[in-house]
Design a protein around this ligand. Structure first.
Ligand SMILES: [Zn+2]
Ligand SMILES: [Zn+2]
Length: 249
């Protein structure tokens, strides 16, 4: 059982780190900079860790910049204020994100600055066959562990979360982060702080703080709040792997 839990938690923690550190804090907000080779390495690791649910960074960043500009208004790509359930909200987000990936949707020019692009990996990672290959790999790993350690097939129920890990994490942040929790600031939207120590979502559920200061790398703002991804990026900065942009907000 421990191996299944390790596999699940390991995949969650690593893919969420690249989700928050690369797609969100770097691609969307440029809270820190890095050299072109390091960017490629982060890009590649984002693809590896998201696998079947890889989110194309450029499209993610465009959608996310829209989210900040139009938070909880009709033009927000994923506001829980307008949807009865999380599935409907994510279907709308999927439509907009997909439109940016294919180019069927033209983003407003104010969102189109400084976007990381790796055309080859975007196309490869977004191919259906490649996504299915990742899904098969997760399934085989589960079947191997279950058979080797004589575990219950019940554990296969966790597989859909692996298949859709990126969007599942997005759904949790977008739904709960604008619905459940406390507000430190009046941002004129519905953003909330849901998780005080960031243990499950690595600081992503400080939506209220983050919408107040979208350029601040540290999503925690009160003394009792803690943003773990911020600490990891701080260490990467100390190691000179990335360079944190001095806080502007
Ligand atoms: Zn938000
Ligand atoms: Zn943001």
């Amino acid at each position: 059982m421990i191996y299944i839990i390790l596999l699940f938690v390991g995949h969650w923690v690593i893919s969420l780190f690249f989700h928050t550190a690369f797609l969100h804090r770097y691609a969307s907000h440029k809270m820190y900079t890095m050299g072109p080779k390091t960017e490629k390495a982060f890009y590649f690791l984002t693809w590896m860790s998201q696998g079947s649910s890889f989110l194309v960074p450029r499209a993610y960043a465009l959608m996310h910049r829209m989210h900040h500009e139009y938070s909880d208004t009709e033009k927000d790509p994923h506001s829980p204020v307008f949807y009865k359930d999380v599935i409907r909200m994510m279907q709308q987000a999927r439509k907009i994100y997909g439109g940016f990936v294919t180019g069927e949707l033209t983003p407003e020019s104010k969102f189109c600055y400084d976007l990381p692009v790796w055309e080859g990996l975007d196309k490869f990672g977004d191919r259906r066959a490649v996504r299915v290959m990742w899904g098969v790999l997760y399934t085989l790993l589960y079947l191997f562990i279950i058979q080797h350690f004589h575990l219950s097939y019940f554990w296969l129920l966790l597989l859909p979360i692996h298949y859709l890990m990126g969007p599942v994490q997005g759904a949790i942040v977008n739904w709960f982060g604008h619905k459940v929790g406390y507000q430190n600031y009046d941002n004129g939207d519905n953003s909330r702080n849901t998780e005080v120590w960031g243990i499950i979502m690595q600081g992503e559920l400080f939506q209220n703080n983050h919408h107040k200061a979208p350029k601040s790398l540290n999503f925690a703002s009160k003394w009792y709040e803690f943003d773990p991804a911020f600490v990891v990026i701080k260490v990467l900065d100390k190691m000179r792997i990335v360079k944190i942009v001095p806080q502007q907000a």
